[in-house]
Design a protein around this ligand. Structure first.
Ligand code: NAP
Length: 363
């Protein structure tokens, strides 16, 4: 009886239930990650840290946690990851975990972090562009971009561009190489300003655009950017993921800053899931078997048939260029996320913006 009343209310408030997840158990399904080098932005945050812990349990060579500078240079985060993953103390061999400070809002900081990474690592197997913010305040970054746009999109675009040579050289080492870029987007990519991305306001505080839409346009841009990367670099598997709704640092900050989130705090647990569950889509995308087709045409066909009806031959296989909802569910992106003209326009715009940022580096 209660469910007769509750289900319609839940649907009204929080939308239709998600399509069924594919079967994925991190402990059982993640293969050995031996030899792999992994970089996770926002790795000190809730989902980033949970991702690092589960990756660490599967024995990669190195995990880099990239996040805002910490007073202890990331020592507490590293210790907590090692303890949670039951790793031996640092220095006893096994997985090496390092902290690298980066402020994604600043091109200078991103260039510095990428320079340090390139000097330290000979390979990069998994790049997870996970950091993200929802900002109520209207501000511009030191480089003049609206701050949400600067952190969620521009910083990641520059970091990826600077690390591409390392990713590509890793991909070229073996015919069977498996190099991935995981871009953390959101179902919020559907809540955007008119036209999707307000190109004419990206270098302003976007005063006329709500914080929901400012966040949404960054998440839409990340999906489109991932598609462009997958088309231009078929030797790398690039996908975007929505993790689900999880009570993380991002939500806790909103509960402080936004009246709506503060007043609905009591019911938040009804529509959020645990961090452990919420990180499963990141984990699946970064470790499940990849589609082996090396041509864009073959992978396009795979993405088109990779639906969640439990009949697709690609079910459970990570197809480059695809947007996934939890876990491994396709076919959920908005019309704008599938808009070719918008994808090309964004790619050309961002390439133009980043042009001067790469010259002078060794990338
Ligand atoms: N939680 C959800 O329900 C949900 C839903 C959809 C998508 N996502 C996405 O999931 C990703 C992970 O977020 P989360 O939920 O785990 O939130 P979180 O706990 O707040 O983690 C985000 C991390 O990014 C860091 N960060 C913030 N500004 C940065 C900057 N300028 N440079 C570098 N790092 C910065 C944060 O550092 P500080 O803590 O020091 O600020 C934090 O460690 C985000 O991209 C988010 O948009 C989350």
């Amino acid at each position: 009886m209660a469910s007769l009343i509750w289900h319609p209310i839940r649907r009204l408030l929080f939308g239709p239930p998600s399509a069924p997840s594919i079967s994925f158990d991190p402990a059982r399904d993640i293969p050995s990650l031996a030899g792999k080098v992994i970089l996770i932005t926002g790795g000190a945050g809730d989902l980033g840290k949970a991702l690092a812990i589960e990756h660490a349990r599967h024995g990669p060579a190195q995990i880099y946690i990239a996040d805002l500078a910490q007073e202890d240079n990331g020592e507490a985060v590293i210790r907590s990851i090692r303890e949670s993953a039951s790793l031996p103390p640092a220095g006893d061999g096994g997985v090496l975990i390092k902290f690298i400070d980066v402020d994604l809002a600043s091109f200078e900081s991103v260039r510095k972090a990428a320079g340090r990474l390139r000097a330290e690592i000979g390979r990069l197997d998994i790049l997870v562009n996970n950091a993200g913010v929802v900002l109520m305040r209207n501000e511009v970054s030191v480089d003049g971009y609206e701050l949400t746009w600067a952190i969620n999109f521009m910083g990641h675009a520059l970091l990826t561009k600077l690390l591409l040579p390392t990713l590509l050289s890793t991909a070229s080492q073996l015919e069977s190489s498996d190099v991935r870029i995981i871009v953390v987007s959101s179902e919020g990519h559907a809540m955007v300003p008119r036209g999707g991305i307000a190109f004419d306001q990206l270098k302003t505080p976007c005063k006329d655009i709500s914080y929901v839409h400012r966040y949404g346009q960054t998440k839409l841009a990340l999906i489109l950017y991932a598609k462009s990367l997958s088309l231009l670099h078929p030797e790398i598997t690039t996908v975007s993921v929505h993790p689900g709704r999880i009570l993380t640092g991002l939500f806790r900050r909103l509960q402080k800053d936004s009246k709506l989130f503060k007043y609905t705090a009591l019911i938040t647990p009804l529509f959020t899931t645990s961090v452990e569950n919420g990180v499963r889509n990141h984990l699946w995308a970064s470790t499940a078997p990849i589609h082996q087709a090396k041509t864009v045409e073959a992978r396009d066909g795979a993405a088109a048939t990779g639906n969640s009806d439990n009949k697709s031959p690609n079910l459970g296989v990570v197809v480059s260029g695809t947007y996934y909802e939890p876990v491994g569910v396709t076919g959920k992106e908005s019309a704008l996320a599938q808009d070719e003209a918008l994808r090309v326009r964004l790619w050309e715009w961002v390439e133009g913006e980043l042009d001067g940022q790469v010259t002078g580096t060794t990338a």
